[in-house]
Design a protein around this ligand. Structure first.
Ligand code: HEC
Length: 184
């Protein structure tokens, strides 16, 4: 059999094109979620107040009660992505999209939410919903938490566990394992 370099390279180009079109038309990539060890790049409460609150209220007061329960996880994620991309013109992706979805689920369920947004010079900081009581431990010892409005900070090196309590519900954020509190 004769080898035919033209046909081989034609095939390679065809495959490359096919690869591109599969990538372009394939299903939208699911957000990858936060990478362990990294804080979020966008503070979710601050983001919401800047980009969503004008239509939905400062802390989502204009949403109906338990609005998030009407959606599956995937539907809510799609809705938030659409809102961020189109209504707010402030796209979110990856961990930041996942954090915004969790924040809305927490709002809807009236459960506390805590996010870790920065780590600098031995100070960890982040956000928590207003009215949330916070405490923290580092190396098994309790460390003081400074809270100002939505933001909190702790003078300690990871691993640090931040516990947030709102009413009868508590959630724990284990930094650096996660960058925001998961829902149940
Ligand atoms: C320009 C006004 C506007 C902005 C800004 C906006 N939204 Fe919306 N949002 C709407 C409207 C209108 C609806 C209901 C209609 C629809 O489904 O599009 C909605 C619906 C929603 C819902 C579904 C709520 C329910 O009760 O079913 C969620 C969740 C949501 N928005 C999240 C967000 C987030 C997160 C942002 C910020 C990134 C945002 N929205 C920004 C107008 C807005």
């Amino acid at each position: 059999m004769r080898s035919n370099p033209f046909h081989l390279s034609y095939l390679a180009i065809a495959l490359a094109l096919l690869g591109c079109s599969v990538m372009a038309n394939g299903p939208a990539k699911a957000p990858t979620g936060p990478k362990p060890g990294e804080p979020l790049s966008r503070a979710p409460l601050h983001y919401f107040s800047q980009h969503c609150a004008n239509c939905h209220g400062d802390m989502g007061e204009m949403f109906g009660p338990q609005f998030a329960t009407g959606y599956t996880e995937a539907e809510l994620q799609k809705m938030v992505k659409k809102m961020a991309d189109l209504n707010a013109n402030a796209p979110l992706s990856g961990a930041d999209l996942a954090a915004q979805v969790e924040f809305l689920k927490a709002l809807s369920a009236r459960r506390p939410f805590v996010a870790w947004t920065s780590s600098a010079k031995g100070v960890l900081s982040g956000e928590a919903m207003p009215g949330t009581k916070l405490s923290a431990t580092a190396g098994g010892k309790s460390v003081p938490v400074t809270q100002k409005g939505w933001t909190w900070s702790v003078q300690a090196h990871p691993p640090v566990t931040v516990t947030a309590t709102h009413g009868k519900t508590s959630v724990k954020l284990e930094i650096p394992k996660r960058a925001f509190t998961p829902g149940q």
